[in-house]
Design a protein around this ligand. Sequence first.
Ligand SMILES: [Zn+2]
Length: 452
Amino acid sequence: MSVRLDRTIQDTGTKFRIFPQPRFLEGFEEPETIVLSVPKDQIQDGPADDRFYVVDAINKQPYNYPYAPPHQGDSNPPVRPDPKTGHFDHLDVDSREFKAAQMYATVRRTLDIWEDYFGHKLIWHFSMNYARMELVPLIHWDNAHSGYGFLEFGFGRTSWGGLDEDRPYCMNFDVLAHELGHSIIFASVGFPNPTTETAEYGGHGEAAGDLVAIVTALHSRLVVDHLLDRSAGNLFSVNELSRVGELAESRQIRRAFNYVRMSTVTNEEHDLSKPLTGAIFDVFVEVFQKKLVQANLISQDLADRSYHSLNEAIDTDQIQVEFEEAYQGNSEPFREALFAARDYLGSLLAKTWDSLSPHYLTYADIGLQLIAHDAEMTGGEHEEVIRDSLAWREIQFPSDSPALQSHYVSHYSSMRESDMNVELKREASVSMQRIGKPKTKSRNRRREAAKK
Ligand SMILES: [Zn+2]
């Protein structure tokens, strides 16, 4: 969401308190007040609005088609706003009502942010049957799921196997935002049919869920301050995760900082998502660094050295010291650069998702759309970064794709068909070798070293 729109809704929206990361993580023990776009006079008890409604069901089994919303059984009374102010920021953080409100506020905030990036209303994929999404925050179940017309959440498991009542999934911002991310993809990219579905469609959905969660979390003041204060903006450092500290336990952020490539993952959708999430997250970090350089907050030399800080000749502690000097007294402009990179990524992803076909979807299609929309948004300012990041992850057209074949001016009329096939395969393999090599070797070295 643009910083400007976020400021506008501060005056017109409804206040809630949420934990933007699990409250057992250091630095996130206290809730943060957020403002949703829905005005006080349009928010209903529940909480509910025109897109979502909470039902705090009791003694409920998980939905399992044809068992589907709306919930017909018993439920706790709807959560009501503070009668004095009309906001929902009065709830006791340890109460059941708070948990129901956190679930609603997190998904509503996620939708507010992403509809701003899309520039239009997202129509739920279940709109033929339901006007609103049902949110069930706390059922007695060791799982959580999103389905046709609902999100339904239970609890994590303790190490000895029972339900962990202290860790309900509805209090986990990342899990909620990731699940809503699936609904965002269904609303924008849509569905293949059984004959046109690819493994990369599934991998893309999981990557999208993680990226939606990360971009949404980067709207939290607590998360952004924590990330910048711990790293001093040196997100490319090898020690980025340890410097970010407890935030490294955030599963989305942990999954985004990865060094896997297409040749090192399986076709299982969560595994297959990692090279795509990693490539797109790398684009975000590089765009952030470019913005730091453009604002004269760090030098080009420091940015270049941080790219390949694992090169043995480079002193990583020295780089961190230089970042800390640059960050000192400049936290506000660093934050602005982070917001600019975040909003670039959010808009780029929304435009990309709106233009993808779900049928026969490949990561190469996504790469082309990222480059096309970067051209439209920035005149191609980040094209090389996108290309290098995808190439390093080995994201390319499949070797049998017609995209890799040449098209000749004249037919090989004198060539026997079998010879022609050999010739086409040879050409395809030569072009794969040629395009599979990213230009920026320094970035490769950094990642090669980090894999060890
Ligand atoms: Zn998922």
